[in-house]
Design a protein around this ligand. Structure first.
Ligand code: BG6
Length: 301
C-alpha cells in the first residue's frame, strides 16, 4: 500500500474498531471488528468483501480465485454497478457494470453509533470516467456494519445536463448449496429472463435455482428472503428507492468460463441485487440526488 495514501486514510480510523489495513493484492481496506460483527470494505470499488455478524457464519460469498488488482472487479462481496448495468447498450467495449467497481474510492468518514460502524466513501467523475461517459456526478456510499448490514448509494448530479443512469448493489450471498436455496418475496412479479432473449415471464411461488439464472425482476420494491436449509438461516434483504431486483447464478457452463471463480464455487452463491436497471433507470435533473438503500439481516431457520 502506498504509504502517503495510507496515512491520509488512517486519520479516519477508530482504534481497535475500524482500521485501514493492507488487504489482498496490497489494496487498502477498512477492517471492522466490533462485538456485533466483523466486516471489511476495500477502497477499490468501495467493495464490501465480508460481513459476519457475531454468532453467524460469513454472509457474503467471496471467490477463492478473485483477482485483486486495480484493473479488475473483485469477484464476490458487494460490487457496485454504475452508471450502467451489465454491458453498456451503445458500446460493447465499455467495462461491464460500469467503471466504479474498478475505481479507487476515497474515504470520507468512519463513525460509530451504538452497535454499528458506518464507513462512508465517495468518488466523482473525472477524466477516467469521461472516457466512457460524459456526465458529471458524485457518488457517496455508506456501508453500516452491525447486527445488520446497511448499504446506501447516493448519486448526485453535479453537472448541467440530465443524468440518466442504472445502478445495482450486486450482492453475492453465500449459500450452503444453491440447489437447496429458495428465494421468497417475488411471487407475482414479472421478470425479464436474460437467459431467454429477455423474454418477459411471471414468477409463480418461490424462486428455485435449477439452471443458469439471470433475471431482472421488474417494478418490485419488496423484500426478498433467501432460505438456506443447509446453513440453517434466512437472509432478508429489504430495500428502498429500488424498483428492480436482479437474481443471478451462472450455473455449470457459464461458471466454467469464468477464470475468477473456483471450481464448483457457483454452488455456494446467489446474487440478489437491489437495483434500478433497464426501464427503471433513474434520471436526475442537474443538482438532484437519489439514494438507493438495502438492509441485510440474517436469522436462524
Ligand atoms: C449479473 C448480470 O448482474 O452480473 C449477469 O445479470 C452477469 O448477466 C453477472 O453475468 C456478472 O457480471 P460480471 O461482469 O461481474 O462477470
Amino acid at each position: 500500500m502506498n504509504t502517503e495514501v495510507a496515512e491520509s486514510h488512517r486519520q479516519f480510523e477508530i482504534a481497535g474498531v475500524a482500521e485501514v489495513v493492507e488487504g489482498n493484492g496490497g489494496l487498502p481496506k477498512v477492517q471492522i471488528t466490533t462485538p456485533e460483527c466483523i466486516g471489511e470494505i476495500y477502497l477499490h470499488g468501495a467493495h464490501i468483501t465480508s460481513w459476519k455478524p457475531s454468532g453467524e457464519e460469513e454472509v457474503l460469498f467471496l471467490s477463492s480465485q478473485s483477482r485483486w488488482d486495480e484493473g479488475h472487479a473483485i469477484r464476490g462481496g458487494v460490487p457496485i454497478s454504475f452508471p450502467w448495468f451489465a454491458s453498456k447498450s451503445d458500446d460493447p467495449t465499455a467495462p461491464a457494470h460500469g467503471f466504479v467497481r474498478t475505481k479507487a474510492w476515497q474515504l470520507e468518514s468512519i463513525s460509530q453509533v451504538e452497535r454499528a460502524v458506518t464507513v462512508s466513501m465517495f468518488t466523482e467523475s473525472d477524466e477516467s470516467t469521461k472516457r466512457w461517459w460524459p456526465a458529471d456526478f458524485r457518488l457517496v456510499y455508506r456501508a453500516t456494519f452491525g447486527p445488520e448490514l446497511g448499504l446506501e448509494l447516493q448519486v448526485i448530479n453535479t453537472g448541467r445536463t440530465r443524468l440518466p443512469f442504472e445502478e445495482a448493489l450486486h450482492a453475492y450471498h453465500r449459500v450452503g448449496n444453491i440447489r437447496d436455496a429458495r428465494l421468497r418475496g417475488l411471487h407475482g412479479v414479472q421478470y425479464s429472463d436474460k437467459t431467454d432473449s429477455n423474454c418477459k415471464k411471471m414468477q409463480r411461488g418461490e424462486v428455485a435455482i435449477i439452471a443458469e439464472t439471470d433475471r431482472i425482476y421488474l417494478d418490485t420494491t419488496g423484500a426478498v428472503e433467501l432460505h438456506d436449509p443447509v446453513m440453517h438461516r434466512v437472509t432478508r434483504v429489504v430495500k428502498e428507492n429500488s424498483r428492480t431486483t436482479v437474481v443471478w447464478n451462472p450455473w455449470v457452463q457459464k461458471a466454467r468460463g469464468m477464470s475468477d471463480l473456483g471450481d464448483n464455487e457457483w454452488t455456494q452463491m446467489v446474487c440478489i441485487e437491489s437495483s434500478n436497471v433497464s426501464s427503471f433507470a433513474v434520471d436526475l435533473a442537474p443538482g438532484q440526488q437519489h439514494t438507493m438503500k438495502a438492509l441485510v439481516r440474517v436469522s436462524k431457520l
